[in-house]
Design a binder for this molecule. Structure first.
Ligand SMILES: NC(=O)c1ccc[n+]([C@@H]2O[C@H](COP(=O)([O-])OP(=O)(O)OC[C@H]3O[C@@H](n4cnc5c(N)ncnc54)[C@H](OP(=O)(O)O)[C@@H]3O)[C@@H](O)[C@H]2O)c1
Length: 269
């Protein structure tokens, strides 16, 4: 039997509030059989190449089924997220050794065996597109940015657009899409380094560090003297409350996520 030692992140206890710690997540090693004689029929053994551990994974660690779109992770199982893997063995004719696949619920592990009718799809080789792009601009963050700006926000040329978590997976593409529409785009982010990144790499007109400019009302007055026409909200909470006092009549708000609430400690309220 051919096996591979695989390091895997397991969830061992739910974290209903606060930041998850090593009490919740453990790095463990497993022995994964990767030869055709050992893996079940219609399965593929994958060597994981890239993983995107996205904010939605946090929502699957609370232990609460409170209407979220994906179910809670099972305790003592491997955490799953979006990933890209190379087929190292297959018992399904649809997949050949060496092919690259991607999927939304792949194990956060070095190796895994998953059913071939699992939600995976092949990535056709294209030398022009680096593999990680399939998880970022061509993956869910890019899609969320496109829906937020192009489908829901529809900002007009010259509009004043605000994007929170501007340096994140969604924000970096959302800002560029709004710039392509000819908008004036301002982002908020959590460090001076990210402010520079957002302006110099992602092309935002302005950006501010919300951890330094903590008077959000003053910051929004300063960066939006003519008000906000479109807001892509990635953080919710105090930022969303502040924005509501600065929106123009007819403004559009795309609610993409509320990351400021995901690790909230409710018992201290
Ligand atoms: N609806 C959808 O289909 C969909 C898809 C993808 C993502 N989302 C949502 O979009 C948001 C951004 O996702 P992403 O993929 O861009 O995430 P990401 O790349 O992981 O970036 C998240 C960033 O959020 C900022 N952040 C963290 N805690 C914060 C807090 N308490 N207050 C303000 N900002 C905080 C941090 O940047 P700073 O250092 O700048 O604070 C962090 O790097 C999330 O809310 C996510 O749930 C929704």
């Amino acid at each position: 039997m051919t096996t591979m030692e695989s390091k895997e992140w397991h969830i061992v206890a739910y974290a209903p509030e606060g930041i998850p710690t090593s009490d919740n997540l453990k790095l463990r090693s497993s022995t994964i059989p990767v030869d055709a004689g050992s893996i079940p029929d219609r399965h593929v053994a994958l060597e994981m190449l890239f993983l995107s551990v996205e904010p939605f994974v946090r929502s699957r660690m609370t232990g609460r089924e409170d209407g979220l779109y994906s179910p809670q992770l099972d305790l003592n199982q491997v955490v799953t997220s979006f990933g890209i893997g190379r087929v190292v063995e297959s018992t399904d004719d649809k997949y050949a050794k060496g092919e690259i696949v991607t999927g939304p619920f792949l194990p956060v592990a070095e190796y895994c065996v998953v059913p071939s009718d699992f939600i995976i799809k092949k990535i056709e080789p294209n030398g022009d597109i680096p593999l990680p792009d399939y998880l970022s601009c061509l993956g869910v963050p890019g899609f969320a940015a496109w829906v937020g700006i192009e489908v829901l926000g529809e900002p007009k040329a010259g509009s004043n657009v605000f994007i929170s978590a501007a340096a994140g997976g969604v924000g970096m593409y959302a800002g560029q899409l709004a710039k392509l529409r000819g908008c004036r785009v301002v982002g908020s982010t959590g460090s001076d380094e990210k402010v520079i990144l957002v302006k110099e790499e992602f092309g935002y007109d302005e950006a501010f560090n919300y951890k330094k400019e903590t008077d959000l009302d003053a910051a929004l007055s300063k960066y939006f003297p003519d008000g906000i026409d479109m807001y892509l909200d990635n953080v919710g909470g105090k930022m969303l409350e502040a924005v509501l006092n600065h929106v123009n009549e007819g403004a559009r708000i795309s609610l993409c996520g509320m990351i400021s609430e995901y690790n909230k400690v409710y018992s201290n309220r």
